[in-house]
Design a protein around this ligand. Structure first.
Ligand SMILES: [Mg+2]
Length: 268
């Protein structure tokens, strides 16, 4: 039996088989695009811990320039809280969705709305209590979600998953466990980067445009599929989830280079 992840990966590959390459997209009607960007592993190289990521010089200015070139139709879709992204990309406060669609900012510079309710305190406390006993495991509460990183202790992955699935049985309808790059995430059921893309795409300035989603992880697959449904495309970035032979962009550095070309086309 296929796992959800295997099914999603297969679906993403099937979807992407028909899609345009990054260079074909650059040759297209770039002003009609709406750009959706994951952050970690897509714009930023993965670091040993989330706090250690480095924002490349010039990235923020590039994103702001592209946003202007697209009439504001640029959004970040991240598993992080949007406030964290604001700190990383200061002074920009981009349109976007955080915690896999559980947070939303619909206007650049505007307030962050919480779409889903905060996780129950009792669950957060129990996850913190149990993970503190597992050396190298980092639990990171994020309001409506919670990430548990095992990057520093990969041998504990299976034990951790068993613990978390056990804890979630009593929230079966409300919360789901997602597997990302060296982490598990507890997120509200019914929210994903796919729902976030659809919500943002319906906003003035985005609707009617051709959505382009760029991401590197399983959590980005619903957004690739949503982009495709809306007449757009998904570009996968190589990393721990997608192999080099399966992707359209080989690294965050290549994503940024592609964004640079896009900015030039928009300016020209
Ligand atoms: Mg990512």
């Amino acid at each position: 039996m296929k796992t959800v992840e295997q099914a999603s990966l297969g679906e993403a590959r099937g979807v992407d088989a028909k899609q345009q390459s990054p260079s074909e997209l650059l040759a297209g009607d770039v002003r009609s695009y709406a750009l959706f960007l994951d952050c970690d592993g897509t714009l930023l190289d993965i670091a040993p811990t989330p706090n250690e990521v480095r924002v490349p010089p010039g990235l923020v200015e590039l994103l702001v320039r592209i946003s202007k070139g697209l009439g504001g139709a640029l959004a970040v879709l991240t598993g992080r809280q949007l406030a964290e992204i604001d700190t990383l990309l200061t002074p920009a406060k981009l349109v976007g969705a955080g915690v896999h669609g559980a947070e939303l900012r619909t206007v650049s510079g505007g307030a962050i709305a919480r779409v889903a309710s905060t996780l129950p305190n009792s669950l957060v406390e129990e996850v913190m209590r149990r993970t503190q006993k597992l050396p190298g495991i980092i639990a990171e509460p994020k309001g409506p979600g919670l990430a548990v990183h095992y990057r520093l202790a990969p041998h504990l992955k299976n034990a951790l998953e068993t613990e978390l699935r056990g804890l979630l049985t009593q929230y079966a309808d409300a919360l789901v466990l997602c597997h990302g790059r060296k982490l598990f995430e507890i997120v509200p059921a019914g929210h994903s980067k796919g729902t976030a893309l659809e919500t943002i795409w319906a906003l003035p300035g985005f609707s009617g445009r051709r959505p382009i989603m760029i991401g590197d992880d399983i959590g980005d697959v619903p957004a690739f599929l949503a982009a495709r449904r809306l007449g757009g495309t998904g570009l996968r970035v190589a990393g721990e989830q997608f192999g080099h032979q399966d992707v359209e962009l080989q690294s965050p550095a290549r994503v940024i280079a592609w964004l640079g070309y896009l900015a030039e086309r928009l300016d020209g």
